[in-house]
Design a protein around this ligand. Structure first.
Ligand code: FAD
Length: 616
């Protein structure tokens, strides 16, 4: 054995970086073992972080002192708050990122991390001793010992790239696949599946006719992802907007049989919500065009990412259809688009801590669990790294609840329902989304992060100062009030019920903003914009949140009732045989997961609960 670590993380992608950092932050001696040091923080596909649902995950990772948010703040070149006109619960922070700045920023974080070594190498196998993971074996024969390992191999497991009829093994373009570990996972008796994803061609921005197409500007007041970032200082740029044409559609239709996906060459299932251009033409052929965002990949990089036209058509067809798009008539293609197929593990093999039920000490995170996206990977990485470190240190693992985070929603969805296609986050997946907002991620999760030992002193102190300020201002706003008659003098018309309303009550009205409140009570002028915006949202949601509270309490209660992994459902004589079989195969981790299984009734849940109590 070369060296011994508490936690070894395999893979330096988005899941691996967060896993390694989370484990190291809690004090575990950690190694990040990855193919190449210089590919740490690489974005395999689109140069962007955040978006609807995904932006919530980035804010949550940040609230737990993870890396993605603050690295994106240094690399973001087009910040936009999506759904700005809709309610705060569904707003999604997003930025296009300068690929190089992002990679460099992530490398800086990882290479300068306390308790963290980076080892270059290809992990070929795991050392399993007495039914537990005890170390890793590299393809050059080196061995490292550990108390727990986190596997985050992304799209690399038996990865196979397709461009038309051409196909070759690869983890992503220009990098070899990971082969040995798939055999290891099969040997452990895990259910593996095959998924696929795709990426568009990359274009030479100097050959695009930018004047002939639309533009999308960045927000004038970019909102950072990280609680620790005071302001965005990286220059902000516009991106181009164009559309496919009827000629594009004809070219694709005529050549559809040459697409790797439609020729039957690809067996893996792709992401329905992130379809290739072939998929869009076949499924929504009646549309007269599909929008394409032309996203520059960096401030000093002429490469452009055409968002919306991922494809597995042969290079000559890609050339022809790209040239049929306005603004791209004379564009040079730098790298053709491609699809990639890879192995993933059925996430129902995992407990909510992201540890494999069949292999103590082995945690999985990221694309290997059937998800797609950097943010989904990062959020799982943080949880897996945290729990691997807790296990190594002899502590109980921590489960994130659906009622307090999107992280909890995602992990519960994955581990209880599994995936039939690459899983990506949406706000609609969260039943308690009014309280799981991007803007309150710190309040929801930083106290937990402090308790779990994940949060630095700097963040802890800044967070506590901010919370104190917020509480002070909240009580000041509750301490001043006026009658409807007095409000009239400030141009505010209220129901003439004679009731006094506090400044906080007034903020709950959609058309009363903090500026109006300050005009009435000049002593509120010193309140910062950040605090004012937070209290405005809090006031607006107060009544809805009260209604949601009892549902949340019921869920938390049921989540607290865990079901032993070897529980025998056949002893429950009041359950149908069908339900017993379903419960035995899905193995829910707690009562909340059991009650979401199709066919479970409140009576069945009550029966299960009574039995668990008797046994417990
Ligand atoms: P990755 O970022 O893939 O990182 C895996 C890391 O593990 C790499 O550093 C690799 O070198 C290392 N590694 C693997 N095996 C070993 C081993 N045996 N030993 C040592 N190191 C190892 N996401 C979307 O949201 N939308 C999309 O449209 C989309 N399209 C994509 C298209 C393509 C072609 C690809 C490749 C990815 C696409 N993605 C897309 C997915 C996105 O890139 C991933 O979701 C994200 O990168 C997953 O992060 P990860 O950490 O799980 O894995």
């Amino acid at each position: 054995m070369n060296k011994r670590y508490d936690v070894i993380v395999i893979g330096g992608g988005h899941a691996g970086c967060e896993a390694a950092s989370a484990a190291a932050r809690t004090g575990a001696r950690t190694a990040l073992v990855t193919h190449r040091r210089d590919t740490i923080g690489v974005m395999s596909c689109n140069p962007a972080i955040g978006g609807l649902g995904k932006g919530h995950l980035v804010r949550e990772v940040d609230a737990l002192d993870g890396l993605m948010g603050r690295v994106a703040d240094t690399a973001g070149i087009q910040f936009r708050m999506l759904n700005r006109r809709k309610g705060p619960a569904v707003r999604g922070p997003r930025t296009q990122a300068d690929r190089k700045l992002y990679r460099e920023g992530m490398k800086r974080e990882i290479f300068n991390h306390v308790n963290l070594d980076v080892v270059e190498g290809d992990v070929f196998d795991l050392d399993v001793t007495e039914g537990k993971v005890a170390g890793i074996i590299l393809s050059d024969g080196q061995r490292y010992a550990c108390a727990a390992a986190v596997l985050t191999t992304g799209t690399f497991l038996r990865g196979l790239i397709h461009i038309g009829s051409e196909r070759f093994p690869a983890g992503r373009m220009g990098e070899g696949p990971s082969v040995g570990l798939s055999a290891t996972l099969e040997r452990l008796g895990l259910r593996l599946g095959r998924l696929k994803t795709g990426t568009p061609a990359r274009l030479d921005g100097t050959t695009i006719d930018w004047d002939g197409i639309g533009r999308q500007e960045a927000d004038e007041d970019p909102v950072p992802f990280s609680f620790l970032t005071e302001a965005i200082t990286t220059p902000q740029i516009a991106c181009g907007i164009t559309r496919t044409t009827s000629v594009t559609h004809r070219i694709i239709e005529e050549n559809i049989h040459r697409s790797a996906m439609y020729s039957g060459q690809i067996e893996g299932v792709g992401p329905r919500y992130c379809p290739s251009i072939e998929d869009k033409i076949v499924r929504f052929g009646e549309r007269d065009g599909h929008q394409i965002f032309l996203e520059p990949e960096g401030l000093d990089d002429n490469t452009v990412y055409p968002n919306g036209v991922s494809t597995s058509l042969p290079a000559d067809v890609q050339e022809a259809f790209i040239h049929s798009i306005p603004g791209l008539e004379h564009t040079r293609i730098l790298q053709p688009g491609y699809a990639i197929e890879y192995d993933h593990v059925d996430p129902r093999e995992l407990s909510p801590s992201l540890q494999l039920r069949k292999m103590p000490g082995l945690f999985l995170a990221g694309q290997i669990n059937g998800t797609t996206g950097y943010e989904e990977a990062a959020a799982q990485g943080l949880v897996a790294g945290l729990n691997a470190a807790r296990l190594a240190g002899g502590h109980d693992t921590h489960t994130f609840s659906r009622s307090s985070s999107y992280i909890g929603v995602m992990i519960d969805d994955l581990t209880s329902r599994g995936v039939t296609e690459p899983y990506r986050m949406f706000t609609s997946r969260a039943e308690y989304r009014l309280s799981l907002r991007a803007d309150n991620a710190d309040e929801r999760l930083t106290p937990l992060g402090i308790a779990l030992g994940l949060v630095s002193t700097v963040r802890k102190e800044r967070f506590e100062r901010y919370q104190n300020d917020l509480a002070d201002w909240r009580s000041q706003l509750r301490g001043v009030s006026l009658t409807p008659n007095e409000a009239e003098r400030f141009g505010i018309s209220l129901n003439r019920d004679g009731q006094r309303r506090t400044a906080m009550d007034l903020l709950a009205y959609p058309d009363i903003d903090p500026g109006k409140i300050r005009a009435i009570w000049p002593e509120l002028h010193a309140m910062s914009e950040r605090i004012a915006a937070a209290l405005k949202i809090e006031a607006g949601y107060a009544v809805y949140l009260e209604r949601q509270e009892s549902d949340i309490l019921a869920l938390r209660r049921d989540e607290g009732v865990s079901i032993p992994p070897d529980f025998d459902y056949h002893v429950l004589s009041g359950l149908s045989n069908e339900l017993k079989t379903k419960l035995s195969s899905k193995r829910p981790a707690n009562l909340a997961q059991a009650s979401r299984i199709e066919g479970m009734t409140p009576a069945a849940s009550a029966l299960l609960l009574a039995n668990l109590r008797r046994q417990g």
